[in-house]
Design a binder for this molecule. Structure first.
Ligand SMILES: *Cc1c(COP(=O)(O)O)cnc(C)c1O
Length: 353
């Protein structure tokens, strides 16, 4: 029998919840869907698409659209099939077998996963008890271990906390490692380093269209960094990694900056509503629930009863994400936020304790 190599022997595929549930607040997607007019615009683009031809390997138009929206030079942007692919490409590019990569705990799980595929030594630096990043410890560990890469999300998925710009700068300038700063949720916060990325030769910033921009379906993500780093990513990625339809949709979206800004505003309002509602419940049931003040489009709630709450909500047709002793609830439409808080309240009041 063909023997599987060690690194893939114990892999389990990513297993999101599938199936039909009336309310899905588990994947941090945007609740906003495209307007009729924008769908019409896309339909017209589809008419002139050359389906028989390969995509533009440089994804030039959509990179230019992204670059214009975020105010960075297009030559310093690489596009990928979701930022998940970008993470995979950058690890393949900048790490080799045996290199040390530092991730944090708690953080986005895909970093460790891709690091294991490139056979790297993954050191996990714990966060403080309040979920904040221990920058001193991170710097000390990176320098002691001669780490090639440090990767983390800011604001963080799942903790919903942001690390302030000064602390991120201090990290970048105190280590020799490549710092991969995943700003997937930074559109909901204000500590971005995007405007000063060019000052650092050891910084890559990741962005995605899956969250604030509401395009999780099309799979489009970006890396931003000094041209020397971006050129390497362009060389390592597979030539046609971003398909033509995705490039087209992305180009249309970035040509509507007002749509993106309004969407972010609406999501922030929903997030504030959800946080306030959960906070009110936490005040009524203080021993049982502790929400974190979020810098993201979701609310992270600590509770010893997270599993029971998750099961109760699921029974009611509401899916949130259960992560050990915490729940992660994506901000949704008004009625979705109301449904999740009403069911949560019923659970807390109910016999199901
Ligand atoms: C959702 C998310 C992404 C985005 O992944 P895509 O592949 O672009 O959909 C990246 N990083 C973090 C931390 C995320 O939560």
């Amino acid at each position: 029998m063909f023997s599987l190599n060690e690194k893939v022997q114990n892999l389990t595929p990513y297993d999101p919840i599938t199936g039909q549930y009336p309310i899905r607040l588990d994947a941090n997607e945007s609740f906003i869907t495209l307007s009729k007019e924008m769908k019409q615009e896309l339909a017209e683009e589809l008419q002139s698409t050359h389906f028989n031809r390969y995509p533009d390997p440089f994804a030039a138009e959509v990179r230019a659209g992204f670059a214009a929206f975020y105010g960075v030079p297009a030559e310093c942007v690489m596009a990928g099939n979701g930022s998940d692919e970008v993470i995979s490409v950058l690890m393949n590019a900048f790490l080799q077998k045996g290199d040390t990569v530092i991730t944090l705990e708690r953080d986005f799980s895909m970093y460790s996963f891709y690091a294991s595929i490139v056979e790297c030594n993954n050191i996990v630096v714990p966060k403080k008890d309040n979920f904040s990043i221990d920058v001193d410890r991170l710097i000390e560990t990176a320098n002691r271990e001669n780490a090639r890469m440090i990767v983390f999300s800011n604001p963080c998925n799942p903790t919903s906390l942001v690390l302030c710009r000064d602390e991120v700068r201090r990290l970048i300038t105190s280590v020799q490692s490549l710092v991969v700063l995943d700003e997937a949720y930074m559109d909901f916060s204000s500590e971005s380093l995007l405007s000063e990325f060019s000052e650092y030769d050891n910084l890559l910033i990741l962005k995605t269209c899956s969250k604030a921009i509401g395009m999780a379906a099309v799979r489009l993500g970006f890396a931003v960094g000094q041209k020397r780093l971006i050129d390497v990513l362009q060389a390592v990625k597979s030539p046609y990694n971003v398909n033509t339809l995705t490039q087209t949709v992305g180009t249309v979206i970035f040509s509507h900056p007002e749509y993106i800004r309004t969407s972010i505003q609406r999501i922030l309002e929903s997030r504030d509503d959800l946080y306030k509602a959960v906070l009110k419940l936490a005040e009524a049931f203080p021993e049982r629930l502790t929400p974190v003040k979020p810098d993201t489009n979701f609310v992270y709630v600590k509770s010893a009863e997270s599993r029971a709450i998750f099961a109760y909500l699921k029974e009611k047709g509401v899916i949130v994400r259960c992560m050990g002793d915490c729940l992660r609830i994506t901000a949704g439409r008004n009625y979705e936020n109301e449904a999740v808080t009403e069911h949560l309240e019923a659970y807390l009041k109910g016999e199901s304790r």
